[in-house]
Design a protein around this ligand. Structure first.
Ligand SMILES: Cc1cc2nc3c(=O)[nH]c(=O)nc-3n(C[C@H](O)[C@H](O)[C@H](O)COP(=O)(O)OP(=O)(O)OC[C@H]3O[C@@H](n4cnc5c(N)ncnc54)[C@H](O)[C@@H]3O)c2cc1C
Length: 383
């Protein structure tokens, strides 16, 4: 007979590990099942750093969730006695009417968030790492900074284990079979019964949630690390984290030198190149490095002088680039998470809470209206 649980969480990346920790803290009998190991290189949750910022240009309605995310990150740090979130400020750079600058400003104004506008002269004085065009400005979000993704995932898993959750690594779930009383979870080595299931399988989400096949698209992402020119110290005081509207070249993001590899740079969604999640990521190629080197040379010549290394990662894009956190259509015992579109990590600490609430309470008091199947795919999609 299969072992029974109150909750099974499938996929222990960012969202799954946080959800499992929140649920286990409520005393339920929970299991987490992960096909590989935590924050592995094919997941979306590796690579030293993830941006967090409060003035959200994408949509001001994310701000209350971010405020809760900050609180939850600080709680996680307190429980682990570890540094997970470091405030450096985040500079949003571009022309005043670019989406990144104008959207951040609108979000800050609506929610009364502190921010500072810096013209090119002020930028050159305070933050000499950045080369701006004459018509560009910097908008500093002083509460922004970065999160350490590997430490966050490991931290949530540690807490989940301490609260009594069972953790299974190297075990792939091959099917979920929901019925009125619960869900049968079938893996390559076992079979379980759970009253509720959370599917948080990142780039592989459509394998277990077929409704997402045309919509949740895994794409290849590339980031590279650079050493500064001799004498330039790319520390946060002189070079905070940033996002830059690079006009028709898309938007770039980056981090000061956090580890020995130096300054990290990426272009949001890179070449928007779909990949098959079942296969290894295509390796870094000349076109990838040419794109990032060119940006580094033109926009960050002091801080990002010589490339040290580059690696690949995965985004899972939804058409609206918002997240999906909802019950699977036709299966009230299955909660689905697709929270990437290249900007999900900062929300991990609040999404974990939301997913646990949805699974255990059937709803969340946190605002989740942006994230429903219906909003993404229309009334018929809610099942
Ligand atoms: C290069 C890069 C930069 C980014 N930058 C930022 C940023 O600056 N700020 C930000 O907020 N966000 C950023 N993001 C987005 C953020 O990292 C993602 O939103 C987040 O990592 C998604 O977490 P996840 O739990 O959904 O997926 P993952 O962490 O990939 O976890 C999914 C897990 O499910 C497991 N799994 C899959 N299928 C199965 C199965 N059948 N059975 C068992 N386990 C399974 C996988 O092995 C994996 O471990 C970035 C992403 C990338 C790739």
């Amino acid at each position: 007979m299969s072992e029974t649980f109150d909750l099974a969480v499938i996929g222990l990346g960012a969202m799954g590990s946080a959800a499992l920790s929140f649920a286990a803290a409520r005393g339920v009998k929970a299991i987490g099942i992960e096909a590989h190991y935590p924050a592995h290189a094919l997941s979306s949750s590796h690579g030293d750093s993830r941006l967090i910022r409060l003035g959200y240009f994408e949509d001001p309605s994310y701000v209350p969730l971010l405020q809760r995310a900050y609180e939850n990150w600080r709680r996680l740090e307190a429980r682990l006695r570890a540094d997970i979130l470091t405030v450096t400020g985040v500079l949003q750079i571009g022309s005043p009417d670019s989406k990144i600058v104008s959207g951040t400003r609108a979000s800050c104004d609506l929610h009364g968030l502190a921010h500072e506008i810096l013209d090119p002269e002020a930028m050159a004085r305070r933050y000499p790492a950045f080369v701006l065009d004459e018509d560009e400005i910097g908008l500093l979000d002083p509460q922004g900074g970065y999160i350490r993704p590997e430490a966050a995932v490991m931290g949530y898993l540690k807490l989940a284990a301490e609260e009594g959750a069972a953790l299974h690594f190297g075990e792939k779930v091959t099917a979920i079979e929901p019925d009125d009383a619960g869900v049968t979870v079938v893996s390559d080595t076992g079979r379980y019964r759970a009253k509720k299931v959370i599917v948080a399988t990142g780039a592989w989400v459509a394998e277990l949630v077929p409704q997402l096949v045309p919509y949740a698209v895994p794409i290849r992402q590339v980031v590279a690390w650079y050493q500064p020119q001799d004498g330039f110290v790319a520390q946060p005081q002189r070079m905070p984290c940033f996002i830059r509207d690079n006009r028709e070249g898309g938007s770039f993001f980056g981090f000061p030198a956090i580890g020995i590899d130096g300054v990290k740079i990426g272009r949001h969604a890179h070449f928007r190149e779909p990949i098959d999640p079942k296969l290894p990521n295509p390796p870094v190629n000349d076109a990838d490095t040419a794109l990032l080197d060119d940006f580094a040379r033109r926009r960050l010549p002091l801080a990002a002088w010589q490339r040290a290394r580059a690696t690949t990662c995965r985004y899972t894009m939804l058409p609206s680039e918002d997240f999906l956190l909802d019950f699977m259509p036709g299966a009230a015992n299955v909660v689905v998470s697709s929270a990437c579109s290249g900007h999900g990590f900062k929300f991990t600490s609040v999404i974990g809470e939301i997913l646990s609430d949805l699974a255990l309470d059937g709803g969340s008091r946190l605002p989740t209206g942006l994230f429903s199947f219906e909003r993404h795919f229309g009334a018929g999609a809610a099942g």
